[in-house]
Design a protein. Structure first.
Length: 128
């Protein structure tokens, strides 16, 4: 049996029925303010997503500061990380988070052997 996922005590179907402004009441204060101020831009983004998804085009965005809404669940959005577009599939657990949280801007550091001059003994080693 799949686990039921709730957001602030509401199921996904209930959240999808809500208007963006009504959904904003369930968010934290900072995110609520962000959603209410960006209402027109969010509406336009959702309409563009629906058009592009129906035509089969990729949904690409630079809007890392946009809050994930219940209407976006199931969409595959490519989010810009500063260098390339990272594909992200929106799931119900992501509701209320920012798009940029799922497209990391920095890679994990992988160290190899130390370079020349890194230690006192490495200066005596050959370059090859």
């Amino acid at each position: 049996m799949p686990k039921e996922i709730l957001y602030r005590g509401k199921h996904l179907e209930e959240l999808k029925k809500l208007d963006i402004r009504e959904f904003a009441k369930d968010l934290t204060s900072r995110k609520r303010r962000s959603v209410l101020r960006q209402y027109n831009e969010i509406q336009k983004f959702l309409n563009d997503c629906i058009k592009k998804q129906s035509s089969g085009k990729h949904i690409r965005t630079h809007r890392r500061d946009m809050i994930i809404l219940p209407h976006m669940v199931g969409l595959k959005i490519e989010i810009h990380n500063g260098k390339e577009f990272v594909p992200v599939e929106i799931k119900t657990e992501m509701i209320g988070h920012l798009l940029g949280e799922f497209a990391f801007t920095r890679k994990r550091v992988e160290h190899s052997a130390p370079g020349i001059g890194a230690t006192r003994s490495s200066s005596s080693l050959s370059v090859k």
